[in-house]
Design a protein around this ligand. Structure first.
Ligand SMILES: [Fe+2]
Ligand SMILES: [Fe+2]
Length: 372
């Protein structure tokens, strides 16, 4: 490929072979794909709906009909059996490895880009959310260590590191900020993902200012490319992205499936400058004279403190009414203690739950006056 030609990546996600899969939309994509002339194809997880053998087989048949260019695949939470508990515990990604890709954390080296795939599924510690482990971040760092400075560095994971900027408020993966800090250090240019079932193209700085505020990472989320599971503004919609990388820019074209035309058409375009400079020398960050660094470590410490404190305070809040009564009971004389006990038995409603319709701001309201 000539350096003047952009490197083009076709980014698909959330195919969901099984009941939600839409054959007509998939057929339209297969028709369109050769004309896109992509240099590589990325599929960011959820190839199937329920990780069944026949669903993986159908996904494999579909992938084989896409243009024959280098691929990078990562698994999604739907590629792990949900109800087949024994399989989930013992060999959760067995069928994925058999049909889609044996390597769960693959690395794809192209002419002017390196893509690192991270398996964010977490079948033993989460139902649908994901996790990225320290060893994966270390492996990611090693993969980028010997990459030339002008090559584009791309991370691909199914689960999102930043919430979509919309009204659905989907939380990012636990410890997503820790991963973002590491990716910034690794000089990652962009993160590709799926799972949210709606596209968004943004920047990590919108979600987490981090340590190096001049060095955000472009986030490229794809909606569901071939299923009925679109959410938010892409409910019942299908999308994919085409990413063009040149020496100076990263351009993302977001394609949406239009029912009237029965085809995918560009719906929006986004353009970002490529980074030109390296991060400041390490000594700047370690000397303590560079304020961003100390702020970053303070933020990390705060995050860790919050993580530990949150369950403790939640427990305390849950027990608050009980502990108040318990304190009074312990300090009271036997006669008063009996009175308190009978009060507790008589008036369980003294404890106001915010879920109770008659309650607002932790106070009780008489029937018929809710919300006043
Ligand atoms: Fe999905
Ligand atoms: Fe997912």
């Amino acid at each position: 490929m000539k350096p003047s030609q952009p490197l083009r990546i076709l980014h698909l996600s959330d195919l969901h072979f099984g009941p939600p899969f839409v054959p007509d939309v998939a057929a339209s994509l297969l028709e369109l794909a050769p004309g896109i002339k992509a240099d590589a194809i990325v599929v960011s997880g959820d190839f199937t709906q329920r990780a069944k053998r026949e669903q993986f087989q159908a996904a494999r048949d579909f992938l084989d009909r896409l243009p024959d260019v280098p691929r990078l695949y990562v698994p999604g939470n739907h590629d792990v059996p949900l109800y087949r508990v024994k399989e989930r515990l013992t060999n959760p990604l067995g069928l994925y490895r058999e049909f889609i890709c044996h390597d769960l954390n693959p690395v794809l080296k192209l002419d002017r880009a390196v893509l690192v795939g991270l398996d964010s599924t977490s079948p033993h510690s989460a139902i649908s959310n994901g996790r990225i482990h320290s060893w994966q971040l270390e492996a990611c760092e090693r993969s980028f260590a010997d990459v030339s400075s002008d090559a584009t560095r791309i991370v691909v994971a199914h689960h999102h590191f930043a919430p979509a900027p919309d009204y659905l408020y989907d939380r990012a993966m636990p410890q997503a900020k820790r991963a973002i800090v590491r990716f910034v250090e690794d000089q990652v240019d962009m993160i590709l993902g799926g799972h949210l079932h709606r596209a968004f193209i943004g920047n990590t700085l919108d979600f987490y200012p981090g340590v190096h505020r001049e060095r955000g990472i472009v986030i490229i989320q794809s909606g569901t490319t071939t299923s009925r599971r679109g959410r938010g503004r892409e409910r019942e919609k299908n999308t994919f992205n085409v990413i063009d990388i040149t020496e100076d820019t990263i351009s993302v074209t977001h394609y949406l499936y239009f029912d009237a035309q029965a085809s995918f058409e560009p719906a929006s375009r986004h353009r970002f400058p490529r980074r030109k400079s390296s991060l400041p020398p390490e000594s700047w960050r370690l000397s303590g004279t560079w304020s961003d660094s100390s702020e970053g470590s303070k933020n990390t410490a705060k995050t860790a403190a919050r993580r530990w404190a949150k369950p403790f305070f939640s427990l305390l809040l849950a027990l608050r009414p009980t502990t108040n009564w318990a304190a009074m009971w312990l300090s009271a004389d036997p006669a008063s203690a009996d009175r308190i006990t009978s009060e507790l038995i008589k008036k369980p409603s003294a404890v106001c739950s915010r879920k109770t319709p008659r309650c607002q701001n932790g106070k009780t309201f008489p029937e018929g006056k809710a919300g006043e």
